[in-house]
Design a protein around this ligand. Sequence first.
Ligand SMILES: N[C@@H](CCC(=O)N[C@@H](CS)C(=O)NCC(=O)O)C(=O)O
Length: 228
Amino acid sequence: MALPNLKLISFTLCPYVQRAMIVLNEKNIPFDVEYIDLSAPPAWFYDISPLEKVPVLLVNDEPLFESMVICEYLDEITLDTDRGSLYPDDAFKRATNRAWIEFGSDILSTTFEFYTTEDEKRFKHLTGTLIDRFEVLEEEISDGTYFNGENFSMVDAVYAPVFRYHNRIAKFKNYGFFEDTPKIKAWGDKLLARPSVIKSVPDTYEQDMSNYIKKLDSVFRKEINDSL
Ligand SMILES: N[C@@H](CCC(=O)N[C@@H](CS)C(=O)NCC(=O)O)C(=O)O
């Protein structure tokens, strides 16, 4: 079956965009990408993005919004390929995978708040929350290479951007997020080395991230100021 024309409307630093890009790469789906400046989006963006957020996938020029909806659509239109689905066959396992995807989204928003908050007390609280979240996750992941075992799945596509965030944070300062979670650490390293994940951000990602943090007045920015 011929695939539609696909264009992903993106922002260089967005972890939700990365999920969609990883699925596109994993399933070898041809697509175009257009990066926009989220601080000054073009006027047409408001017509295609009801929540004024990226990612938006243009499917034969029709917009589809919300990253997980996009990821599931991409999975469904390629079910007949060699790769099949990025979800498990069993309905309960599929449902629990979706639950851990929600957990991953919570870690993403907590991480965003961690490096942007200007409130010292809140920063300490969020640091503890993230450590707790990773400890809970440590009990859930398989003993194999990926979340479900040996096969890369949708859960892995969602967590790879979490590890990209934390890898960048750890280069600035070690907050010990993975000190007591060796399985998570190994999982993250595996994901970050995967070609679909490497290709899900532009080459300028690290520098773009530093430039973004430089503009913040957050507790995190103050802590790592010397390494910026
Ligand atoms: N639930 C949305 C979240 C997407 C999201 O938060 N995108 C951010 C960039 S990483 C955004 O577009 N923010 C613009 C804004 O909030 O004004 C999804 O999964 O697609």
